[in-house]
Design a binder for this molecule. Structure first.
Ligand SMILES: [Zn+2]
Ligand SMILES: [Zn+2]
Length: 207
């Protein structure tokens, strides 16, 4: 398996590549900005991109998705069904504040909690982790959790944006993140990686 990351754009979004090199297939998660640098990562892996997966619909996670679709030939963007509207609505996707323009994006395939995204021999389990947005997801595979802006090393995502909810975030923390194994790696949408065990010790929201 190839697991790679590049940090892109003004708000330093972590864009991930998850690939099964034996089967020549991969996915790009959260292509927020800087398509050239994302394509460098994709080309280094040398795999065909099957899906673009968004952990949630905010502009800093999807800003380069049209360009990456064009350049890779991938025509399937996946988002949780409850974030489809977040992606489409400029007031919800934060584009006016981050890009200075009202932008709207369309998903091609909707997923929900418990769905499996197949990438060659890699099975990626979708967990619904709302709070930062109503349809935020985390991707679980191979002792890793790619969690978008729900959980950060030492902190959590803000809940004051449109569709955000502290109650929802507590559901995600209590029913999802705290139940993952301590040794599982946490790969957030911004900032450094961590582990579930470490977050249980140091993150006030995980206590
Ligand atoms: Zn966000
Ligand atoms: Zn973000």
């Amino acid at each position: 398996m190839i697991f790679d990351m590049v940090t892109v754009g003004m708000v330093m979004t972590n864009c991930y590549l998850i690939a099964d090199e034996a089967n020549n297939v991969g996915i790009v998660v959260d292509p927020g900005a800087e398509p050239d640098r994302i394509m460098e990562m994709v080309n280094k892996a040398g795999v065909k991109i099957k899906y673009i997966v968004l952990t949630h619909g905010h502009y800093d996670h999807c800003g380069a998705m049209e360009e990456i679709k064009k350049r890779t030939g991938c025509n399937t963007v996946i988002v949780h069904r409850e974030d489809e509207a977040v992606l489409e609505d400029p007031e919800s996707n934060s584009s006016p504040w981050i890009a200075g323009r009202r932008l709207s994006y369309k998903a091609d395939k909707l997923v929900e909690d418990g769905d499996i995204i197949k990438v060659g021999d890699i099975d990626i389990t979708v967990k619904h982790t709302p709070g930062h947005t109503v349809g935020g997801i985390s991707l679980i595979f191979d002792n890793k959790c790619v969690c978008g802006d729900a959980l950060f090393a030492g902190s959590v995502g803000r809940t004051d944006l449109k569709t955000g909810s502290m109650d929802d975030l507590h559901y995600s923390l209590d029913k999802v993140f705290k139940k993952l194994p301590d040794e599982m790696e946490v790969w957030p949408g911004h900032g450094p990686s961590s582990t579930i065990g470490r977050e249980k010790k140091v993150n006030p929201y995980m206590k």
